[in-house]
Design a protein around this ligand. Structure first.
Ligand SMILES: Cc1ncc(COP(=O)(O)O)c(C=O)c1O
Length: 387
């Protein structure tokens, strides 16, 4: 049974929900940002038509989103970049993989696991073959060697799918060196990077969070970047995202834009307007942009504060110190499935079976209970390993 349904069926009042992948504030709410509310009011006043936006969507939204994330790209790069609005980051990933399958049905998609659970099914749904490699080494750090080996085995035209920042589910990101290696190998060996950038601003800050992707855009011939506004603008249900497409020449860029629009027409015809219009209004206003950045900063600081709090816990047999070296809302606890089950059964603590937690589900009210629940476990380490 899905985690949400299990929670609904559980009548215990003090459930702790660490499962769902949405940001929560201290009160446990998924808040609507003040900047979003203000933009929505303006939208209601200004909008005078509900006509279709067209398969490519709101061009100004996508352009402003690119500029907000990558403000300092060299002017010479601009003619090689095009954008298309998509229903969320998932839509952008689906479209990207569809474009890859159309251009090269034999392309293999190299992806480090564990990854966001939708990645592998999306690859398969587009008829592409996934090749997996290890994201974490036995110490729980990024496995740079596994990435290097995968890049070395990939053939020209193959795709490497990477998380831009705040890796889901591990919180373990690529460092500068690892990004450099990806850029070098992709450029040298004709690989096509596909980046899933769903959490920009929720790690260290927008600039630091997108630094690897920016290096890649500047150093590669081709790349696809799936952008999501779900988390950074809290627009989950409004299905707001874009696919940023880098190609080698201005001519191929124009062509790619047309091919992408044709694919989008088959997948969803026209994207939903509301969330993109809201983001466009925010990013067109200096005042609302400042407000949005400040609110995003509050969310990020809350997540990082919770990471520090959790890392300071002394839990028998469980080293949580690495939580402060990781980024974003997610972390994998060193627990076996049996441990996850025990937390659910005995303490109403809900998390994914993989032991992924969303740290934003912790608050002052449940922190101590979560600590007690963890402390009550006998060692339930994955695969019988000890830390
Ligand atoms: C890594 C990752 N990519 C993409 C998405 C999809 O985001 P969206 O809701 O914008 O489709 C998520 C959502 O949880 C995610 O965690």
């Amino acid at each position: 049974m899905a985690l949400g349904l299990q929670m609904q069926a559980d009548s215990r009042p003090n459930q702790i929900d660490l499962g769902v992948g949405t940001y929560r504030d201290e009160a446990g709410r998924i808040p609507v940002m003040t900047a979003v509310k203000a933009a929505e009011r303006l939208l209601v006043e200004q909008q005078d038509s509900k006509g279709y936006v067209g398969p490519s969507g709101d061009a100004e939204f996508a352009r402003r989103l690119q500029d907000a994330l990558f403000p300092d790209l060299p002017a010479s790069l601009q003619p090689r970049l095009s954008r298309i609005q998509t229903p969320g980051g998932t839509g952008a990933l689906r479209l990207a993989l569809q474009l890859i399958a159309q251009a090269n049905p034999d392309a293999r998609v190299w992806i480090a696991t564990p990854s966001w659970p939708a990645h592998l099914p999306l690859i398969a749904a587009c008829g592409l073959t996934a090749r997996t490699f290890r994201h974490l080494d036995p110490n729980g750090e990024h496995d740079r060697q596994a990435l290097a080996d995968a890049l070395a085995q990939a053939q020209p035209g193959d795709v490497v799918l990477l998380h831009g920042c705040c890796h889901n589910p591990t919180g373990v990101d690529l460092d500068v060196e690892a990004w450099r290696e990806v850029v070098q190998q992709a450029a040298a060996r004709g690989l096509a990077p596909l980046i899933d950038l769903a959490y920009s601003g929720l790690g260290e800050g927008i600039e630091a969070d997108v630094a690897g992707v920016r290096a890649l855009l500047q150093g590669c011939d081709n790349a696809l970047v799936a952008l999501s506004c779900s988390k950074s603008f809290g627009l989950y249900r409004d299905r707001t995202g874009a696919l940023l497409m880098l190609s080698s020449t201005a001519e191929t860029t124009a062509n790619l834009g047309q091919v992408a629009a044709a694919q989008a027409r088959l997948l969803w015809s026209n994207p939903p307007d509301h969330g993109a219009a809201v983001v466009r209004i925010i990013l067109s206003s200096d005042e609302l942009t400042v407000l949005w950045r400040a609110e995003l900063g509050v969310m990020r600081e809350r997540v990082n504060q919770l990471r520090r709090q959790l890392a300071s816990l002394v839990v028998p047999q469980m080293n949580l110190a690495s939580l402060t070296r990781q980024r974003g809302m997610f972390a994998l606890l060193p627990l076996s499935e049996a441990g996850v089950h025990r937390l659910r059964q005995d303490h109403a603590v809900y998390m994914d079976a993989s032991a992924r937690i969303n740290v934003a589900g912790i608050n002052d009210d449940n922190f101590q209970r979560f600590f007690m629940a963890l402390s009550s476990l006998e060692p339930c380490l994955p695969n019988g390993l000890s830390l």
